[in-house]
Ligand binder design. Structure first.
Ligand code: TXA
Ligand code: MG
Length: 351
């Protein structure tokens, strides 16, 4: 049985949190809150413990894990060399939702990096995450705390839905603020390369270190207007049980009209349809199950809700989700990256 430990972020009970820290030290795996999503943590210096993370998640062993630290100084013993640009980013954006990829030092077990000679490191901002890492006194390897392929978890309840009985403990400190995973930036190449858009935007990074490259697989997919159906399970990620289709247009009214058309067809086929809308459009889908991702003018609200809404549609027994899209600037790039993957690239252009 998975044990739940509730911690108040504003008044951290260190004695209580220490139970989780001891578990990590002993090689057990513990889910814990971060400002992005919940993580599934283990002692990063213990290969056997790290192996259990892969098992619990059903994660393919060729997908490397992020190492989480409590203090900036810890980065030096885990890596070979740190560029000036990396130092500048660490100064300005750590702690926070930014993961940096460096050449790894020999103390990092190869199971964490899936055999790569680089390691991804992040210093989370969430006070409970930092205190937990500090109390355990070791770097903590942690992927998102979900079953592989499903949407990441932003509450302890979601972690329990996915991993009950498979992990020792969950530290519950309420909902994650950002709602999407950290930005992953490869610092081993010049210019640095964005591998995964996330809580920190490319604009914020470029303001500090100038131009960065953006991994083509993020952009190519986003720039294609009429993408055919999902090329294969290989690309599926962040997926609820329902089939997700994105309806894309810069024009909100066209999106709504197209979704209403498709919803009608799907319902006639006997499917249970859910509409993934925004605060601006939620009232326009009368007669259908509809949830709002958040406010289009405040994309951070959409980031915060996206994964939990996908899970809510599953709880409602929805079979087909028709989802609006948002602009791709700022945190919108990360939102659209996750939505496109959740949809397995099933995107329909509304105009
Ligand atoms: O916000 C987050 O980053 C959350 C919280 C728990 O910190 N963690 C997270 O971990 O999202 P995960 O394992 O779900 O995603 C880690 C991503 C994967 O896409 C992985 O391929 C990439 O980081 N990654 C890890 N190590 C890498 C490396 N050495 N080089 C390139 N990419 C790496
Ligand atoms: Mg993940």
């Amino acid at each position: 049985v998975t044990k739940i430990i509730e911690i108040d972020s504003e008044h951290i009970d260190k004695n209580k949190l220490n139970i989780a820290a001891e578990a990590i030290k002993e090689g057990k795996i513990v889910a814990f809150p971060t400002e992005t999503v919940y993580g599934l943590g283990a002692n990063a210096l213990n290969s056997a413990a790290v192996e259990r993370i892969f098992e619990a998640k059903g994660r393919p062993s060729d997908n490397p894990l992020i190492v989480h630290i409590a203090d900036k100084e810890e980065v030096y013993e885990l890596t070979e060399s740190i560029s000036e640009k990396a130092v500048a980013l660490m100064d300005k954006l750590w702690p926070g939702p930014l993961t940096l990829v460096f050449r790894k030092s020999s103390i990092i077990p190869s199971i964490i990096t899936a055999g790569l000679n680089t390691v991804a490191i992040r210093m989370p901002e969430h006070p409970v995450a930092r205190e937990l890492i500090r109390l355990s006194g070791i770097p903590v390897a942690a992927p998102s705390a979900n079953v592989s392929g499903k949407p990441s978890t932003t509450t302890a309840q979601h972690v329990l839905q996915d991993l009950d009985g498979k992990i020792e403990m969950i530290v519950d400190a309420g909902s994650s603020r950002v709602g999407l995973e950290s930005t992953v930036l490869d610092m081993t190449v010049e210019p640095p390369m964005l591998l995964r858009p996330g809580g920190v935007t490319p604009e914020q990074i470029e303001e500090i270190i100038g131009h960065i490259e953006i991994d083509k697989t993020i952009l190519e997919r986003l720039n294609i207007d009429n993408v055919p159906k999902c090329p294969g399970m290989k690309y599926k990620h962040y997926s609820p049980k329902a089939h997700v289709t994105l309806i894309r247009s810069r024009n909100m009214d066209n999106q709504v009209k197209k979704i209403l058309d498709l919803a009608k067809n799907k319902r006639q086929e006997g499917k249970k349809v859910g509409v993934c809308a925004t605060d601006q459009t939620i009232n326009r889908y009368g007669g259908y199950e509809v949830l709002s991702m958040g406010n289009r003018d405040k994309p951070e609200t959409i980031a915060a809700n996206l994964f939990s809404i996908l899970r809510e549609f599953d709880d409602m027994g929805i079979e087909v989700i028709l989802a609006e899209t948002v602009d791709e600037d700022g945190v919108g790039l990360a939102i659209m990256n996750r939505m496109i993957k959740a949809a397995g690239y099933d995107i329909i252009q509304a105009d």
